[in-house]
Every structure is written in structure tokens, then in C-alpha cells.
Ligand binder design. Structure first.
Ligand code: C2E
Ligand code: MG
Ligand code: MG
Ligand code: MG
Length: 283
């Protein structure tokens, strides 16, 4: 009996692994055709500068709507795109569309803002990255000062010397660089000595517990002091309540992003809510 149930446990386990692999395979085969089928689009989440209380930036976030799989979250498909190398053409697509959109807003006469794009470690390790970015900037005619890339701490652990060189080259193009999800990566802080980033983005997990956890409050105020003493600005991600906002303001945080201000918006919604009714977005 025991043997039997052991056997069953094993087969349930291997079946669920098999199911997982099938699901992954399905995502991968659909992902392969997603660019040409025009299934990707971007959403845009505003970033608010706490000195002026106005929008000074926006983060581009990829979305995927597939006929068979429905709406897929980037949390689900980005890792599969990374494993398969598809992240390279997908990441290039994101950069191009984000730059094109930002330039189109400027051409329409809206005040210029910085557009942030998330980079994957695979892109950062790719030898063509800097050339690709340069080409996209020329092609879209976007001034590099209006482009920012977001990388995570763990990306700085890989191939450090090469990575630092690439980051220098990106900076030389005139693009800003920020550290995303700051504080949760398995990384040492020593990289902060070797490179000067424009922004640290404090991870949402610290923001979530503000006003409930004195330790998280101390971590947040500590990160803000650290960033400022190293001449970097600091922004909080995932800000959902006005209580969180007031604490961040008190501590001198430079910017916020989160549902309190706005969810990520489609390009159409962005025009309506940000450009045509900007008062609604001010804090
Ligand atoms: P991220 O770069 O840290 O982006 C922030 C995520 O938090 C976004 O989820 C955003 O919609 C969500 N968010 C923002 N404010 C709030 C809030 O107040 N509350 C809550 N609960 N969530 C909030 P999203 O769009 O699902 O993206 C998830 C992750 O997928 C991103 O995390 C990023 O790591 C990755 N990602 C998204 N787009 C791209 C892309 O174009 N390229 C790459 N390589 N990764 C991307
Ligand atoms: Mg990000
Ligand atoms: Mg983040
Ligand atoms: Mg995060």
C-alpha cells in the first residue's frame, strides 16, 4: 500500500512537471510568432516628481494578448523569452516602440518627459546592445536625455567588468540608468562605488509595509539617505496609499510611482488622463 501511494505521489509529481513543460512549450511557440502577429503592446505608468508634484517620467511595461493563451503577464512570459533568447527581438521591439511613442508625444506638443524601459540581463550581455540603442535613437529622432533604462541589482553580478563597460557606453549616449527593485537582489552594494546611477527605485516590498513596520520605515529612510549621499535620486515603486506617500515625502524621497497616482495606462488613456487632464495626476 505504502509502495503504491509512493508510486502515485511520484506520478502526480512527474505529471505536474509534464504539464508545466507543456504550458511552457505552448507559451514559447506562441511567443515566437507574437511580434509578427502584432500581439505585443505597451502600457505606460506615470512617475511623479515630489518637488513639483508633477509627472516627470513614465515607465513602459510590455503587455501580451494572445488568441490561445489570452492576456499573459510579463512575469509569466519574460523568463521564457529569456530562456529561449526571444527576449532580444522582444526587448528591441520595446525600446523602439517606447522611443517612438515618447517622440510622438513631444511632436504633438506635450511637455517632454523621460521614458524608462526595463532591460533584461540577456540584453545587457548582448554585444549589440549599445549599437541597437543608438540606432533606435537615430531612427526615432528621440533626444537620448528622454530615455532611461532600468536594470536590476542582480544583473550587476554577472560578468561585472563587461557589464560596467556597457553601462558606461550607455551613459555616454546620454541615457539615464536606474536600479530597479533596489534592496531585494542578491547583490553587494559595492557596485555603487564603481558606477554612478541616476536613480534607485526602492522595491515595492519595503513600501507595502510602511506605516506598519518600523523596520521597513528605517530601511526606506536609510536607502534615501544612502542614495542622496552618493548623489543619486531615489524613487519609490508600488505606492498605493496616501499614508505611504506622506512618509516618503517626509523622508525626502524624490519621486513616486504606483496605483495611488495611476495604474499603467494604454497610450490612448495616457493622452486622456495625463496630457489632457494633467490636474488629475498631480498629487
Ligand atoms: P517592474 O519593472 O518592477 O515594474 C513594476 C511592476 O509593478 C509592474 O508590473 C507594474 O504594473 C506594477 N505596479 C506598479 N505600481 C503598482 C502598485 O501600486 N501596486 C501593485 N500591486 N503593482 C504595481 P508588470 O507590468 O506586471 O511588470 C512586472 C515585471 O515584468 C516588471 O517589474 C519587469 O521586471 C518586467 N517587465 C515588464 N515589462 C518589461 C519589458 O518590456 N522588458 C523586460 N525585460 N521586463 C519587463
Ligand atoms: Mg521597472
Ligand atoms: Mg520594479
Ligand atoms: Mg519590484
Amino acid at each position: 500500500r505504502a509502495k503504491e501511494s509512493g508510486g502515485n505521489t511520484y506520478s502526480v509529481y512527474s505529471k505536474s512537471i509534464q504539464k508545466l513543460n507543456e504550458a511552457k512549450h505552448k507559451i514559447h511557440s506562441n511567443l515566437h510568432k507574437a511580434i509578427e502577429r502584432e500581439e505585443f503592446y505597451l502600457h505606460f505608468q506615470p512617475k511623479i516628481d515630489l518637488t513639483s508634484d508633477k509627472i516627470n517620467g513614465v515607465e513602459a511595461l510590455i503587455r501580451w494578448e494572445n488568441q490561445e493563451l489570452g492576456q499573459m503577464s510579463p512575469v509569466q512570459f519574460i523568463p521564457i523569452a529569456e530562456e529561449s533568447g526571444l527576449i532580444l527581438p522582444i526587448g528591441e521591439w520595446v525600446l523602439r516602440i517606447a522611443c517612438r511613442q515618447n517622440k510622438a508625444w513631444q511632436d504633438a506638443g506635450f511637455p517632454p518627459i523621460v521614458m524608462s524601459v526595463n532591460l533584461s540581463s540577456i540584453q545587457l550581455q548582448n554585444e549589440h546592445l549599445v549599437r541597437t540603442i543608438g540606432q533606435i535613437l537615430r531612427e526615432t529622432e528621440l533626444d537620448p536625455q528622454w530615455l532611461e533604462i532600468e536594470i536590476t541589482e542582480s544583473m550587476l553580478l554577472q560578468n561585472t567588468q563587461h557589464t560596467m563597460k556597457v553601462l558606461e557606453e550607455i551613459k555616454e549616449l546620454g541615457i539615464s540608468i536606474s536600479i530597479d527593485d533596489f534592496g531585494v537582489g542578491y547583490s553587494s552594494l559595492s557596485y555603487l562605488k564603481h558606477f554612478s546611477f541616476d536613480y534607485l527605485k526602492m522595491d515595492k516590498s519595503f513600501i507595502d509595509n510602511l506605516n506598519m513596520s518600523p523596520k521597513d520605515e528605517l530601511i526606506i529612510s536609510g536607502i534615501i539617505k544612502l542614495a542622496h549621499s552618493l548623489n543619486m535620486k531615489v524613487i519609490a515603486e508600488g505606492v498605493e496609499s496616501s499614508e505611504q506617500l506622506s512618509y516618503l515625502r517626509e523622508q525626502g524621497c524624490d519621486g513616486v510611482q504606483g496605483y495611488l497616482v495611476s495604474k499603467p495606462l494604454s497610450a490612448g488613456e495616457f493622452i486622456e488622463r495625463v496630457w489632457l487632464l494633467p490636474k488629475k495626476m498631480e498629487l
